[in-house]
Design a protein around this ligand. Structure first.
Ligand code: ZN
Length: 207
């Protein structure tokens, strides 16, 4: 997780794979990501970070990434700021990262996880291309995430390449008929792989 990486947005990497080091999960019919905070780094004093509370501050006193995301979420809840925009990337298989588009950071808390306290962040998947020149709108229309199993099926079918030009970098999973227009996220038939360029071209055409 990287708060404010893009100045007007943050970036996180998620994974729903059983072997993933963190327990990220999807809720509310696929429109919400519950993202787990990050562990204390492994050091001489902390041999097993999974036994230690996830820290919100560095020993020097500055906020960790957990602390920065937590602060932004709490300030949003208090009405002091618009929600932080977060670009989310998902590891769907070894070596394969897919861009999951923009989310709004709307809540955060800590909870007990067996031996320790962990951070949890609630992120709402928002529909469409956001206008980054304007503050994020808390009532933005929700989007439904494409389940990982569908992503893997599409990846295989499309051979890991853009369905239009065959490029194999910066790939997005695209709804052929957008969710807002009644398209489903739940079957591979309505999903295709597009490179960043063709993903943008398509949005221009539809909207
Ligand atoms: Zn392309």
């Amino acid at each position: 997780m990287n708060f404010g990486l893009g100045r007007d947005h943050s970036v996180i990497l998620m994974s729903l794979r059983p072997s993933a080091p963190y327990r990220d999960r999807i809720e509310d019919g696929g429109t919400t990501l519950i993202y787990e905070g990050h562990d204390h780094p492994k050091t001489g004093a902390v041999r097993n970070p999974k036994l230690v509370d996830q820290p919100d501050r560095h020993p020097s006193g500055g906020l960790t990434q957990n602390g920065k995301f937590h602060q932004a979420a709490q300030e949003f809840k208090l009405g002091r700021r618009s929600p932080e925009r977060v670009r989310v990337y998902e590891k769907i298989r070894t070596g394969i990262w897919a861009y999951n588009s923009v989310f709004h950071l709307i809540d955060s808390w800590t909870e007990q996880d067996e031996h320790r306290r962990v951070f949890k962040f609630r992120l709402a998947a928002v529909e469409g291309e956001e206008d980054f020149a304007r503050p994020a709108q808390p009532d933005a229309q929700r989007r439904r995430l494409i389940p990982t199993s569908v992503k893997l099926e599409v990846w295989k079918r499309d051979g890991g390449k853009c369905a239009v030009c065959g490029a194999n970098d910066e790939l997005h999973f695209d709804h052929i008929l957008p969710f807002s227009k009644g398209g489903t996220s739940l079957t591979a038939a309505n999903v295709q792989l597009l490179c960043a360029r063709h993903n943008l071209t398509k949005h221009d055409r539809i909207e």
